[in-house]
Design a protein around this ligand. Structure first.
Ligand SMILES: Cc1cc2nc3c(=O)[nH]c(=O)nc-3n(C[C@H](O)[C@H](O)[C@H](O)COP(=O)(O)O)c2cc1C
Length: 222
């Protein structure tokens, strides 16, 4: 697949076919994607790939934690957004809810949508990216971002869709219970991965982007 086409057409996939992703395919994607750059080539990423019973147990654990009223306690602090950032966040939710036919006041449907995220969007596999707790924020966090996007792009070559997300690892104790990821590692993000269900309405979303002139300045050009 052409790299520009992959970048242009990649989108977050939030509905998947149940078909499993062969381990060999996931391995190939990760072998390619770990060509990603990292600060001083430190390659700080720790990659945990989950599928089958393990992933189902995590899904169940996440939903149990959520429905028991437990507050999410991710390994990495999540900031609340304000101003234009909050606006964009709301805009995304509005777009998704519109596509899914979820009314603003329908708390039950909104809750069900949230649970979907905590279930890794029912994807057949997920990739969790972690960092050793001894590492600071930069460049390792940037390295994780580069790897995550590269995984998503490489996956497209195999007809796979992805959704980078934080929801799946909001209850890290659940993920630790079923994967053995030690306390010395910080889970940064996870990527749901599988074959897209193109009939799933939220997959029709094309998220917005700010025009370049709103976020880019040029210096030294004619
Ligand atoms: C670090 C990170 C965390 C994200 N967490 C979530 C999440 O928890 N739930 C979700 O539905 N999407 C999540 N997303 C996906 C974004 O909402 C999505 O990338 C953004 O809306 C742009 O849409 P696109 O990926 O379709 O281009 C996350 C993306 C990133 C990069």
């Amino acid at each position: 697949m052409d790299v520009i086409e992959a970048i242009r057409t990649r989108k977050s996939i939030r509905g998947y076919k149940p078909d499993p992703v062969p381990k060999e395919v996931l391995k190939e994607i990760l072998e390619i994607a770990t060509r990603s750059p990292s600060g001083m080539n430190t390659q700080p990423w720790e990659i945990t790939v989950v599928a089958g019973d393990v992933l189902n147990n995590i899904r169940r654990g996440n939903i149990e934690a959520m429905t028991s009223g437990k507050l999410p306690n991710p390994d990495i602090q999540i900031e609340t957004y304000e101003g234009i950032y909050r606006q964009r966040q709301i805009e995304l939710a509005v777009q998704i809810f519109q596509l899914m036919g979820i009314a603003r006041e329908d708390r039950e449907a909104r809750n069900a949508w949230m649970q979907r995220g905590f279930r890794f969007f029912d994807a057949p596999a997920a990739i969790i990216l972690s960092l050793d707790k001894s590492l600071g924020t930069w460049p390792p966090l940037s390295d994780i971002g580069a790897l995550a996007q590269t995984i998503c792009l490489a996956a497209m070559n195999y007809g796979l869709g992805t959704c980078i997300n934080g929801q799946g690892i909001m209850f890290p104790e659940v993920v630790r219970k079923f994967t053995g990821i030690p306390e010395s590692k910080r889970m940064i993000l996870c990527i749901a991965i599988g074959y897209p269900d193109w009939d799933f309405l939220a997959n029709k979303l094309v998220s917005k982007r700010e025009p370049l002139e709103n976020n880019t300045t040029w210096h030294g050009f004619d």
